[in-house]
Design a protein around this ligand. Structure first.
Ligand SMILES: C[S@@+](CC[C@H](N)C(=O)[O-])C[C@H]1O[C@@H](n2cnc3c(N)ncnc32)[C@H](O)[C@@H]1O
Length: 306
């Protein structure tokens, strides 16, 4: 039987979030490999893309770099990077899911980028060169059981002084509305698994600092961003409803809500009315970014890599 984990607004779930039994997979990413999930990832990146771009710019991604994108998914980060490194640079993206890489490749081709290569690889066995200028990723470390070990091993693909830049979610600030709104609060409750369950790490964002240190990196610089908006045209209402739609079978199985309560056909509109009616704002879950440079001597540690 497969392990199923709830992802709060599709990005993550606490390590205490396992719903069923284990399937022996080497990570906690268990959202469906469906066309609908691929579409949701694309919408998600549309909203979070500008924040990720600003993060990479602050971290030091520049034209001409050779960048490794870990856990490329539908290709949104790779597409951003393709533009940032330009035709003199190169982006190599890896993901363990070949189906989603087909979507990513089609998008890269449609955009006309020739500087992006997407490879079906497990993060544990990337098997690539050691001359990357940067190793980056978004919403990937939270899905790995040993993010410290993975980060430590990824350093071997970097040139000395190479950049490490990861952006992850953190449930400390989940979906919210101002003024506080009951349906928004309910959505957070639906997507919060009962304690003691395992699964992706919902607090990976806040743990990036210590993860970098434990992996042998210097103290990283940090930034925190969140999409926020109001008014009838803000896309956050539809994105939130789309995420709940994808997650609904898992939420029902977890017992946090029912199809009747969610009423998916009207959910986006009800969220919109709750915010617009108050002339309020909706804030989507935050992302925390961390960046640091590979030191000249990376401590080797078999325990880290295990
Ligand atoms: C939440 S998605 C993020 C996709 C993309 N980085 C983005 O921000 O839009 C996580 C991706 O990581 C991939 N992934 C999870 N565990 C992995 C592993 N062990 N090795 C390689 N890819 C993995 C999944 O297949 C999925 O496409």
């Amino acid at each position: 039987m497969e392990t199923i984990h709830i992802n709060q607004l599709g990005q993550s779930a606490p390590r205490e979030g396992t719903l069923v039994s284990t399937n022996g997979r080497s990570d906690n990413y268990l959202l469906p490999n469906s066309a609908a999930e691929t579409q949701r990832l694309i919408h998600q990146a549309h909203i979070y893309g500008p924040l990720t771009r600003q993060f990479f710019a602050a971290a030091g991604i520049t034209a001409g770099m050779k960048v490794l994108d870990v856990g490329s998914g539908a290709g949104d980060v790779a597409l951003l990077l393709a533009d940032m490194v330009g035709p003199r640079g190169a982006v190599i993206g890896i993901d363990k899911n070949p189906a989603i890489l087909d979507t990513a490749r089609a998008r890269v081709q449609a955009m006309g980028w020739t500087n992006v290569t997407l490879l079906a690889r497990e993060v544990h066995s990337i098997g690539l060169d050691d001359d990357f200028d940067a190793v980056v990723g978004r919403w990937i470390l939270m899905h790995l059981p040993n993010p410290v070990g993975v980060l430590h091993r990824l350093l071997s693909h970097l040139k000395p002084g190479g950049l490490v830049a990861f952006q992850e979610t953190d449930s400390t600030y989940p979906l919210s509305a101002f003024p506080p709104a009951p349906l928004h609060q309910q959505v957070v409750q639906w997507t919060t698994p009962p304690p003691g369950r395992g699964g992706p790490d919902l607090q990976m964002g806040s743990k990036l600092y210590r993860t970098y240190l434990d992996a042998g990196l210097p103290a990283p610089q940090l930034r925190l961003d969140a999409p926020i908006g109001g008014g009838p045209d803000w896309p956050g209402y539809a994105f939130t409803a789309e995420t709940i739609h994808i997650l609904l079978p898992i939420l029902q199985q977890m017992g946090t809500t029912t199809a009747e309560e969610v009423d998916i056909e009207t959910l986006a509109e009800r969220l919109r009315m709750e915010v617009v009616g108050q002339r309020g704002v909706q804030m989507l879950p935050i992302v925390i970014g961390a960046w640091a440079r590979k030191p000249s001597r990376v401590p080797s540690n078999e325990l880290i890599d295990s």
